[in-house]
Ligand binder design. Structure first.
Ligand code: GTP
Ligand code: MG
Length: 359
């Protein structure tokens, strides 16, 4: 067994060093806050087996080897599975005879296809409409999409973390929702916390708006800081945590374990996404950001998108409700707690929640 100590400004940065040097098999033995040259930083002790239990490259010529290789490379595995699903859909497509639908149903299905709603959803909608004679389109679509608006009254648990790809709009969404809730309920005890210490900008924005609006501000550099925040949670109605965009192969589940977020039953994670990622990119993100604690999706940059089918695709694939919609770069009047009506208007009329229409 080889042991090594890593120090960095945050657990995220220290963990990235561990991964790049010792690889995915490394085990974290300790993860604590230490002081170096008068500054708080994170120290991780990690270990890796000198003799890997399994050969680095599994034998590909046996059944076990092939399965092992596929399971090790989960992205490859996912891609294969998605190809199989694609082939099933291709087989089904000729049976999706548009002539068997009413003109209204046909137009709606064609519209959804143009909006880049994927085949899985289209097939499901087609089958639902075929099951019941004259089934209204909205009756078939309605069960596929749910909204749980991000307001102080709807979400009753204390901890809310904002996760998602770099630059997706996590920090902006967090600040906008916090300011909105504070305006609606001035007595609300809100705390803004940043776990994104590695990138100065997000941290400074959060600190700035917390100070400006009289909200509490906390920094999470290691799991000890998160444990301390849990100890003081009773004094807040809601704690909003800004997570970093995860680089490389680090997954949200790994990151949550590193900071102890996975042990907090009172925590919901909201996934912040843009609607214009490609299909393959969505699949990659779904894999990277999957977590039992995922509770909703926040869609941002709607003002920059030209199709909105991915909102329905994601709801169908992940079963998560949509909690907020963001549609502008500024801080004012650019985010709305989501409702189903807003999303359908967006999808069928290209109308943003502020009433503006997308070209
Ligand atoms: N047009 C538009 N821009 C947005 C929207 N939401 C956020 N932005 C902009 O997108 C940029 C990135 O937003 P951030 O909130 O910093 O994104 P982030 O996910 O926190 O980024 P990292 O912390 O770097 O991973 C900023 O310039 C925001 O102003 C939106 O709904 N529409
Ligand atoms: Mg940020």
């Amino acid at each position: 067994m080889r042991m090594k100590t890593y120090r960095a400004a945050t657990s995220t940065a220290a963990f990235a060093k561990v991964k790049s040097e010792l690889g995915d098999e490394a085990v974290i033995l300790s993860n604590k806050t230490v002081t170096e040259n008068g500054c708080k930083c994170c120290e991780i002790v990690a270990a890796v087996d000198n003799q890997p239990a399994r050969p680095a490259r599994p034998q590909q010529d046996t059944k076990e080897g092939v399965v092992d290789a596929a399971l090790r490379d989960s992205v490859g595995w996912q891609r294969e599975w998605s190809q199989i699903k694609g082939q099933i859909m291709a087989l089904m497509k000729p049976q999706m005879d548009p002539a068997r639908l009413s003109p209204k149903q046909r137009v709606a299905l064609e519209y959804l296809e143009r909006e880049e709603v994927d085949e899985r959803v289209l097939t499901h909608v087609y089958c639902t409409m075929r099951e019941t004679e004259n089934c209204p389109v909205m009756t078939a679509l309605d069960p596929l999409l749910k909204a749980t608006p991000f307001t102080s009254g709807t979400w009753t648990n204390t901890f809310h973390a904002f996760a998602g790809p770099g630059g997706a709009g996590k920090t902006s969404s967090l600040v906008r929702l916090a300011l909105r809730m504070k305006k609606e309920r001035p007595g609300m005890r809100l705390c803004l916390a940043t776990a994104d210490g590695g990138r100065g900008k997000g941290r400074l924005i959060l600190k700035h708006y917390a100070e400006l609006s009289g909200l509490a501000f906390r920094e999470i550099i290691t799991r000890e800081d998160f444990a301390l925040l849990r100890d003081e949670a009773r004094q807040f109605d809601m704690i909003l945590i800004d997570l970093p965009g995860l680089s490389g192969r680090t997954t949200l589940e790994e990151w949550s374990r590193l900071y102890g977020l996975d042990e907090c039953p009172d925590l919901s994670i909201h996934l912040v996404m843009n609607p214009y990622y490609s299909k393959g990119q969505f699949e990659r993100f779904m894999d990277k950001y999957k977590s039992e604690q995922l509770a909703s999706v926040i869609w941002t940059k709607l003002d920059e998108a030209c199709t909105f089918g991915s909102i329905l695709n994601m709801a169908f694939a992940g079963g998560l409700p949509v909690s907020a919609l963001s549609y502008g770069p500024g801080l004012k009047n650019s985010i709305s707690p989501a409702t189903e009506e807003m999303i359908w208007r967006l999808m069928f009329m290209r109308r943003l929640p502020d009433g503006n229409t997308q070209p």
